[in-house]
Structures are given as structure tokens and as C-alpha cells.
Design a protein around this ligand. Structure first.
Ligand code: ADP
Ligand code: MG
Length: 261
């Protein structure tokens, strides 16, 4: 059994990618899915959001430069037996340039992650991407089985979606990753009191139908506060609406992608 690789991508920043990477990973682990969250963003928000130190040499920077492996960089995340992480560090910012200089620069991450993916120790790998369709995000798409798009419930939400979906098609057509699939679209920062929220969800459902997860993540102060305590929402406020939504999302993800079975 190999681990299923998910990338949480969208070239837009501030749409809830990292919040989703953290809390989906945590919720999957809580349900017994052995999950490795890989922080690919030089800003390392997922790393600090789970209370991990930005250790020098702890990120995938060196492995992506051809030095050392991914397996030895996997760290347990104390609060949860099934949750592991490869942290990021500022060095990762330079990787974009490093990658350009390598042959097969699109598939470096896939190669680096191979031992992790093929290990019997993990069921899921979740990649948290920087907010741009640069080398790291491209590499994540080349390494993933499924793309999960976090989409903020706002006016013109779908603008820019076409761009990332085109990249998915191109990577597939070029044979870089012919297994890559759009795994689902997650509506984030949903406010059910506004018509706009409902309208946006309606529009996205019209286009993408059941690819849209039934679980929608509400706009919630609790979700935005938790990272400053280095905690997932399940440690910070386990009974909040945000925690319920991410728990439900994890159930859907387990069901949809037959994880840990
Ligand atoms: P990205 O990784 O796409 O840049 P983040 O997950 O970091 O996005 O979220 C951007 C900001 O919005 C952060 O300050 C985060 O705490 C906040 N945020 C994310 N999801 C929610 C939510 N559902 N409700 C309220 N604030 C949120
Ligand atoms: Mg982020």
C-alpha cells in the first residue's frame, strides 16, 4: 500500500490553504489515517501553526538540492500519534532557483517524496503550497495524486481557477503526471448569513457538481486564532463550528479516496 498524495493549491494567497492543510491533516490523523503534512511554503505558516520549530536543515530544501532524504526529516507532531510533519524554513525560498538549474526540474519533489509514499508507515501525504504557481507548486502538482483547491467564498471566487486547472491539464498531457486528478473543491470562509456566500457556492456547484465537498468551512475567528497558539483547531477549540467542519471534511476525504483501507 502506498500513501495517497494530496496537494492543497491555489495561486491566490489568503484563501485558507494552510488552515486547511493543518486541520485536514490533523483530522485525518485523528481518524487513524497516518498523515504527513509537508510544508512547502517558505513562510512556514503550517510549521509554526502546528507549533513546530523551524529547524535549520529540517525542511525539504537539502533533499530537493539532491542532498539527503525526506524520510529522515519527518517529525512526529506531539499532540497526535498519527500526525507527522516535514517543516519548512526560509531557505525554501531559494529552492525555486535551485530547481530551475536541475534537469527534470518538475519532478524533483516527486522523486524526493517517493520513499515516503512507498513506505508502509504512512497513508496520506498532504502538501501545503505557497500562494503562487511557481516551481514549488508545479512540483507539488507533479507529485500529487489529487489536487484539492481551497476556494474562498467571495465575489469572483472562480476567477483564476481556470489557470490552475489548465496547469493540471498541461502536466497531464505532457506526461509529467498522468495520474493527477482534481480531487475536490473546498469552500472556505463561508458565511451563511450572506446572500453572496450562498450565491458563490451555488455557482461553484453548478460548474463542479459533486467535486465540491459537502463540508464547507465557516468563517470563524477561532480558526484564525488557533495558529498563533501553535495549535490545530482540535486542540484550540474542539467544539467550534470550524472543528466540526474540518472533521466532516476528513470523513469525506477518507470516504472519497478510500484512505487507510
Ligand atoms: P493561505 O494559506 O491560502 O494563504 P491561510 O490558511 O493562511 O491561507 O488563511 C489566510 C488568513 O485567513 C489567515 O490569517 C487565517 O488564519 C485566516 N483564515 C483561514 N481560514 C479561515 C476561516 N475559515 N475563518 C476565518 N479566518 C480564516
Ligand atoms: Mg499558506
Amino acid at each position: 500500500m502506498s500513501a495517497t498524495v494530496f496537494t492543497i493549491a491555489n495561486q491566490k494567497g489568503g484563501v485558507g490553504k494552510t488552515t486547511t492543510a493543518i486541520n485536514l491533516s490533523y483530522a485525518l490523523a485523528d481518524q487513524g489515517v497516518r498523515t504527513v503534512l509537508v510544508d512547502l511554503d517558505p513562510q512556514a505558516n503550517a510549521t509554526s501553526g502546528l507549533g513546530l520549530e523551524k529547524l535549520e536543515g529540517g525542511s525539504l530544501y537539502a533533499p530537493l538540492c539532491g542532498e539527503g532524504g525526506a524520510l529522515e526529516r519527518v517529525q512526529p507532531v506531539g499532540a497526535n500519534d498519527c500526525l507527522f510533519m516535514i517543516p519548512s524554513e526560509v531557505d525554501m525560498a531559494a529552492i525555486e532557483i535551485e530547481l530551475y538549474q536541475r534537469e527534470d526540474y518538475l519532478v524533483q519533489l516527486r522523486e524526493v517524496l517517493r520513499p515516503l509514499r512507498e513506505s508502509d508507515d504512512y497513508d496520506a501525504i498532504v502538501l501545503d503550497c505557497p500562494p503562487a504557481l511557481g516551481m514549488l507548486s508545479m512540483n507539488s502538482l507533479a507529485a500529487a495524486d489529487y489536487l484539492i483547491i481551497a476556494l474562498q467564498c467571495e465575489y469572483l471566487a472562480m476567477e483564476g481557477l481556470g489557470q490552475i486547472l489548465k496547469v493540471v491539464d498541461k502536466l497531464r498531457d505532457a506526461g509529467v503526471n498522468d495520474g493527477l486528478q482534481l480531487g475536490g473543491i473546498l469552500m472556505t470562509m463561508f458565511d451563511q448569513r450572506t446572500n453572496l456566500g450562498q450565491q458563490v457556492v451555488g455557482e461553484v456547484r453548478n460548474h463542479f457538481d459533486e467535486l465540491v465537498f459537502r463540508s464547507m468551512i465557516p468563517r470563524s475567528i477561532r480558526l484564525s486564532e488557533a495558529p498563533s497558539f501553535g495549535q490545530s483547531i482540535f486542540e484550540y477549540e474542539p467544539n467550534s463550528a470550524g472543528a466540526h467542519a474540518y472533521r466532516y471534511l476528513a470523513e469525506e476525504v477518507i470516504e472519497r479516496f478510500k484512505l487507510g483501507k
